[in-house]
Design a protein around this ligand. Structure first.
Ligand code: NAD
Length: 539
């Protein structure tokens, strides 16, 4: 145990002004701190007032990052006690802005960088990570950050933010979390022209070179941190689908943009059906955007119908896609592999509005990254077809949402059941207050990750995500639904995550997807594992 100024500079052990009188003597801290001992609540108050005085969310983000670097326990205390206020700062939408500005706001390095130039020595450099018991890695190559595109090395903000959510939402210990950026270059011209850009100054590597780096990284990660759970994050869709297919049966690995999004969106649809009173099998979903998110959601929908005995082919026919080329139809000349199962026989249609009018969907889900695409006409057409149209504008960050909450409620005369990817404030319309749900992946991945970590899952299956979707939908209560809210408030996120973790862990033990023996009490095991931001006592 070190003492004195060293302990004040260690974010894991630092308690700042909260060191007790006895600790100040024991740790040789006399004189190094102002005399008055403060409680963690006092410190929390100080942090909150500082954050709230900042003029912009990016400033708030920077303040919080600095706090995380200085006093991790206090950082998590503030984030967890004020999760609804802090999540939009440490994650979408503010984290998007932080990634765009990454090279300009850079102060202190966090996370781990593996670049294409490290090929051949990835295992060796992984030994430099200070925490030897990493249990979860969130890794990106920065190619498709939120709906913002290629941010190169600036994409590191996303794994950092997601792992902070793992800790805050499901209690994964901060030292078990490892954010990784695979720097394979960037095709973003403005980054390449920026002298302050801090990633590799080169265009993106593709093909064998790229694949070899990913293979080396995944193999080395499993060797250095045996059994580590790997979450693929914000990869471009040409790589995302194939990397998931390649590694999902080899190591514990999932792609949150595909599988996590699938689960959270279908949970929202199931929640919406509790308002409309209709059944999942009777839904026809029209997606705007046929990328990772859209296809991921459709796949979970198909899996949910399979549970009800509907064959996959039939279930897929209830999912339609409009992408940048119009309605996805089988006569299209060429299309990416992941789109093929959802390309149905139909004459081509150019616009979303035409598709709504022709196909008469019960739900439209926006995952295109294109703002303003759920127009007044589209919402009005959905309202003409459905008593309660389901309209989810899921693109992130807020600036990319297909429509705003206010637009959805006003253009549908208050009948839309609306959810979004980034948060929107409640909307007053016709003397009613609507509370839009946020289809935030943070409802799903922390719980799935916790369940997988606690049970030492050897692989992560689609069934686990479907189970998570059902758990989440069941945790929405009647008063949430009355206000149009299809997700529970984020303030309940810890208990939501613990329930999802239980369901996932139970599935892992029941299906023998682990070499660990099932404990007598899975819930107790989960609760015991969960990190809480409480200072240790020294003396
Ligand atoms: P992606 O790049 O894999 O796919 C984007 C899709 O949008 C592609 O199919 C593309 O053809 C289509 N598209 C582009 N322009 C279009 C246009 N004008 N009209 C119709 N379609 C168009 O990206 P992704 O991973 O699928 O993510 C898409 C969006 O969904 C992003 O904004 C992302 O932030 C958001 N997202 C939200 C959540 C959530 O709310 N929980 C989760 C994941 C992703």
């Amino acid at each position: 145990m070190y003492r004195g100024v060293k302990i004040l500079h260690d974010p894991v052990r630092n308690k700042g002004t909260a060191y007790t009188e006895a600790e100040r003597d024991y740790l040789s801290l006399r004189g190094l701190l102002p005399p008055r001992v403060h409680t963690p609540s006092d410190q929390e108050l100080r942090v909150l007032s500082n954050i709230r005085e900042k003029p912009t969310d990016l400033e708030r983000y920077l303040y919080l990052v600095a706090l995380q670097d200085r006093n991790e326990t206090l950082f998590y205390r503030v984030v967890m006690n004020h999760i609804e206020e802090m999540m939009p700062i440490i994650y979408t939408p503010t984290v998007g802005k932080a990634c765009q500005e990454f090279q300009h706001i850079f102060r202190q390095s966090r996370g781990f960088y593996v670049s294409i130039e490290d090929k051949g020595r990835v295992k060796e450099i992984l030994q430099n990570w200070p925490h030897k018991n990493a249990k979860i890695i969130v890794v990106t190559d920065g190619e498709r950050i939120l709906g913002l595109g290629d941010m190169g090395a600036g994409g590191m903000g996303i794994p950092i933010g997601k792992l902070a959510l793992y800790t805050a939402c499901s209690g994964i210990h901060p030292t078990h979390c490892m954010p990784v950026m695979l720097d394979v270059g960037t095709n973003n011209e403005s980054l390449l022209n920026d002298p302050l850009y801090n990633g590799l100054e080169r265009r993106r590597v593709r093909g064998d070179d790229y694949d070899e780096l990913v293979e080396e990284f995944i193999t080395a990660a499993q060797e250095v941190f045996p059994g580590v759970l790997i979450q693929l994050e914000d990869f471009g869709n040409t790589n995302a689908f194939r990397l998931l297919a390649q590694y999902r049966n080899q190591v514990p690995l999932f792609n949150d943009d595909i599988q996590g999004t699938g689960a959270v969106a279908i949970a929202g649809v199931i929640g919406a059906l509790r308002i409309t009173g209709s059944e999942l099998v009777d839904q026809k979903i029209l997606f705007l955007g046929a990328g990772e998110a859209g296809i991921g959601i459709a796949d979970v929908f198909v899996a949910a119908l399979a549970e009800q005995g509907i064959p996959a082919d039939e279930a897929r026919k209830r999912c339609w896609f409009v992408d940048s080329q119009g309605l996805l139809v089988s006569s299209r000349e060429s299309m990416a592999e992941h789109k093929k199962p959802y390309a149905h026989e139909h004459p081509p249609l150019a616009s979303l509005l035409d598709a709504v009018k022709t196909l008469k969907p019960t739900a439209i889900l926006g995952l295109s990254g294109q703002p303003g695409t759920f127009t007044r006409e589209v919402v009005a057409a959905m309202t003409e077809i459905n008593e309660r149209p389901i309209i989810f504008a899921l693109s992130n960050p807020t600036s990319q949402a297909e429509c705003t909450a206010k637009q959805a409620y006003t253009w549908s005369d208050g009948r839309a059941i609306f959810a979004s990817g980034s948060p929107f404030d409640p909307v007053k319309y016709n003397n009613q207050t609507f509370v839009p749900g946020q289809g935030n992946n943070a409802y799903i991945f922390p719980g799935v990750g916790l369940g997988a970590i606690v049970s030492h899952a050897s692989v992560i299956t689609d069934e686990m995500f479907l189970a998570a979707a059902h758990s989440l939908a069941n945790l929405v209560n009647e008063s949430d639904l009355e206000r149009g809210r299809v997700y529970p408030p984020l303030s309940r996120i810890r208990s939501v995550s613990a329930k999802i973790a239980y369901d996932v862990a139970k599935m892992v033990y029941d299906q023998g997807l682990t070499d660990k023996v099932e404990p007598d009490d899975i819930n107790a095991e989960i609760q015991e594992y969960m990190y809480r931001p409480v200072y240790p006592h020294y003396a």
